[in-house]
Design a protein around this ligand. Structure first.
Ligand code: KMH
Ligand code: ZN
Length: 271
């Protein structure tokens, strides 16, 4: 089996310090969390920026500072969000792509997102994909519902995304697909042959889906964006603690963990 790529989703746009006191917010804190996650086995960090008040921002300069600070510390793959928060405009959301990062997320459809709606019209999906192609950015296709896989296949047909596609199944967002294992199997069976995939289980779904992905040959995303607990009723101490557990499980299950360099090869990223 291919080595395991672990992504650490460090901050997200929704979680607050009130909910998770160790949430990294400033560029310094996010870079330090990235370094700790890298040491624990992460080869990709998925990043959402926050402003000085801790609110989600898609500001180019803030992402630039985070990217540079991470690069000073370690060779982990920097993957900014283009999803931002549900209230960000498409123009705001696209800003970090202008940094020409190795990867960025590309959400491939609209869905309910708790009490909000996460809007991704066909027009904007195409625009985001075009911009990523122009900037040489490998998209991680964010899939919150089964139909979004079809939208990603459409992008390949239009020449806006190169195959093989790399998917991230985000499972367990209230209002979108649940994180039951049978749903993951359905998603995995539905993607084109040769694709790679990772799974981000939200909340209590994180651990069972991660373990299943390790055994199925998929990849794993963990971190405070998706889940703030280590176990029921016990907050995690850090993103790195969640990554460490996945590295340990992989070891126990006989799956080696990829370095960033190996992850680049698996994903076809040329540095
Ligand atoms: N915060 C969500 C509305 C992404 O990072 O690309 C969208 C999200 C997806 O987190
Ligand atoms: Zn995100």
């Amino acid at each position: 089996m291919e080595k395991l790529i672990i992504t650490a989703a460090l901050t997200g746009a929704e979680v607050t310090r009130e909910q998770q006191p160790n949430l990294p917010l400033s560029p310094e804190e996010i870079a330090e969390a990235a370094y700790e996650a890298y040491k624990a086995g992460a080869s990709i960090v998925h990043v959402h920026a926050r402003d000085k008040d801790g609110n989600p921002t898609q500001d180019y300069e803030v992402y630039k500072e985070i990217k540079e600070k991470i690069e000073e510390k370690c060779p982990v793959i920097f993957q900014p969000s283009t999803g931002g928060a549900t209230w960000h405009t498409p123009e705001e959301r696209l800003q970090p792509v202008k940094l020409s990062p190795e990867m960025a997320t590309l959400s491939c459809g609209t869905c309910n997102f708790g009490p909000d709606v996460f809007m991704n019209s066909q027009e904007y999906i195409d625009e985001f994909a075009t911009e990523m192609k122009t900037m040489g950015v490998k998209p991680e296709i964010e899939v919150f519902e089964r139909g979004m896989i079809n939208n990603a296949k459409r992008l390949v047909k239009k020449g806006l995304v190169d195959a093989p596609i790399h998917f991230d199944f985000v499972m367990g967002v209230p209002g979108a697909i649940t994180g039951e294992i049978r749903d993951l199997l359905y998603m995995v069976e539905s993607i084109p042959e040769g694709s790679t995939w990772t799974v981000a289980g939200i909340g209590r779904y994180e651990l069972p889906l991660a373990t299943t992905a390790i055994m199925l040959g998929g990849h794993v995303r963990v971190g405070f964006e998706d889940n703030i607990y280590y176990k029921k009723g016990e907050l995690a101490k850090s993103n790195a603690q969640l990554v460490e557990r996945i590295s340990r499980l992989a070891e126990e299950l006989g799956r080696e963990v990829a370095t960033p360099e190996e992850a680049r090869k698996i994903l076809g990223i040329k540095k």
